[in-house]
Design a protein around this ligand. Structure first.
Ligand code: GTP
Ligand code: ZN
Length: 190
């Protein structure tokens, strides 16, 4: 994994420049510490870059023959769109069918969403990365990931359409090959 270097000082300097470009008085009480605060925010929002997703998803268990769909739904997430550095946020749903009794700790699925969401993202990439990591980590019979999100770059600026949502999905294994399995998983989401 590539080493993640977040230069907090450089980020604060950049925010300072940004504030100056707005014509702000940097000595004003309210904005005095804003460069540091914003740098801290980005450090946190991009902290997923420092985490190895396969390690996060690396805790699995064996269980009694569960060969049915396991679904974790309504996992809320916040991410940053790489085009505008604006938040997009919503919910993620992950369904999978285990193979050879290999299941993943349910909280690890949620952590996985966090690891990838805490990076500069595109919703499509975020969706794929979650699906591919689950596939790699426990080699299930299949995975389905669905994300629904509101993008502030679409609602607060630009086309300004509050409430509009983007829905993306990634199907792997049996969810890709078998329409019935896919339909069953989709019906569980309703
Ligand atoms: N497919 C996809 N598009 C995204 C995502 N986040 C932001 N975008 C879009 O990325 C595009 C960037 O287009 P540009 O024309 O370069 O940027 P822009 O001038 O700010 O575009 P407008 O938003 O239309 O004003 C826009 O259409 C955004 O809506 C994402 O996660 N997935
Ligand atoms: Zn955007």
């Amino acid at each position: 994994m590539k080493k993640f270097n977040f230069d907090e000082k450089k980020a604060a300097k950049a925010v300072k420049l940004l504030l100056e470009s707005f014509g702000e008085d940097l000595n004003r009480e309210g904005v005095k510490r804003t460069p540091e605060r914003v740098a801290e925010f980005y450090k946190e929002a991009l902290s997923g870059n420092a985490v190895d997703p396969l390690k996060v998803a690396g805790v699995h268990y064996s269980t009694e023959n569960h060969e049915e769909i396991i679904l974790v739904k309504d996992i809320s997430f916040y991410s940053l769109c790489e085009h505008h550095l604006l938040p997009f946020f919503g919910t993620a749903h992950i369904a999978y069918i285990p193979k050879k009794d290999k299941i993943i700790g349910v909280s690890k699925l949620i952590r996985l969403v966090e690891v990838f969401a805490n990076r500069l993202q595109l919703q499509e990439r975020l969706t794929k990365q979650i699906a591919d990591t689950v596939m790699k980590s426990i080699s299930p019979r299949g995975v389905m990931v669905v994300l629904e999100a509101e993008h502030l770059c679409m609602t607060m600026r630009g086309v300004k359409k509050p409430g509009s949502k983007m829905v993306t999905s990634a199907m792997r294994g049996i969810f890709l090959k078998d329409a019935r399995t896919r339909t069953e998983a989709m019906s569980l989401l309703k």
